[in-house]
Design a protein around this ligand. Structure first.
Ligand code: PDD
Length: 290
């Protein structure tokens, strides 16, 4: 079987023909940023927004972007020609490979660009209909969680806590307040209002989070952005996860206890329907990216 086609520094190559220097700062320091873009039957969802966020991440870490957003969109289309169907496109840009290991940010280094695409499976019917279990933890990550950095050890260790508990995600609290989960944003619902933690440096500004905000606005769902206390999460009628690969998913068990009735609630069902309608419209319009 031939290896899947990936993008490496301007070239499309079989994945097994790509090699990266051990001195690459992505390998040595986790000095890089990334994106994950969901693609539904060849149509990338909010690709422009993902590349705009990539730009913001690069600005935050003082890394010059080797491509404009339009160039990124074109490269993505070229890669997707080799990957039909529902896909998750992964894009990583590191600071490149210098001659020696040194913390100091080197000048004039060519960034390393790597992109691959993998089949994406949206959440199972069972997960949508019954919801998923989550555990909680203190948010022990750094203070620049708005940067989509490849330095993901904090997220990896947080996720592992839920793996060990047989759960889908780990929901994080910092100083008694909800931030997000190890690789998803989190919303809670109380008395019919959806609450979303504010967009600050302590969470990743999710593209799906923004889409949920837009769908709530257009669908007349009451949504407020404000801090949510740990107690409010534990007392919530509903909890949702959102991400490019999870879409919107109800959390029906938290730390072993049922959330609300223990079944996905009415607000979730409405948002999930709005999300699926949005996807269906996208498929009909059939632009290459949307
Ligand atoms: N994760 N918060 C964190 C920490 C994330 O890693 C992600 C996404 C999100 C949701 O962002 P978006 O809606 O833009 O996907 C929130 C991706 C999917 C990943 O690392 O695989």
């Amino acid at each position: 079987m031939t290896a899947p086609i990936a993008h490496f520094n301007g070239k499309l190559l079989p994945l097994d023909q790509i090699s990266i220097s051990p001195l690459d700062r992505g390998f040595i320091f986790g000095d890089g940023v990334y994106e994950v873009i969901p693609v539904y039957d060849g149509v990338a969802l909010r690709a422009r927004e993902h590349f705009e966020r990539l730009q913001r991440s690069m600005d935050e870490i003082q890394l010059a972007n080797p491509h404009t957003v339009d160039e990124w969109m074109k490269i993505t289309q070229e890669l997707l020609r080799h990957h039909p169907g529902d896909q998750a496109v992964y894009i990583q840009v590191t600071r490149g490979a210098p001659q020696k290991r040194d913390h100091v940010i080197p000048k004039g280094l060519q960034p390393t660009v790597f992109m691959m695409s993998n089949p994406m499976s949206t959440p199972s019917r069972e997960a949508v209909e019954n919801g998923v279990a989550c555990v909680t933890s203190r948010d022990f990550r750094w203070e620049k969680c708005h940067v989509k950095s490849t330095s993901l050890l904090g997220n990896v260790l947080a996720r592992q806590l839920s793996v060990e508990a047989g759960a889908t995600e780990t929901i994080l609290f910092r100083d008694g307040k909800l931030t997000e989960a190890s690789s998803s944003n989190v919303f809670v619902v109380k008395d019919g209002t959806v609450y979303a933690p504010p967009r600050d440096n302590l969470i990743l500004m999710g593209i799906t989070y923004d889409l949920v905000m837009q769908l709530a606005r257009d669908g007349a769902v009451k949504l407020e952005q404000r801090h949510v206390s740990e107690q409010e999460v534990r007392d919530a009628d509903e909890i949702w996860l959102s991400s490019s690969t999870k879409e919107v998913l109800a959390v029906t068990k938290l730390d072993g206890k049922p959330v609300g009735t223990g079944k996905p609630g009415p607000a979730f069902k409405r948002m999930h329907a709005l999300y699926q309608e949005y996807k269906a419209k996208l498929a009909k319009a059939r632009p290459v990216t949307a």
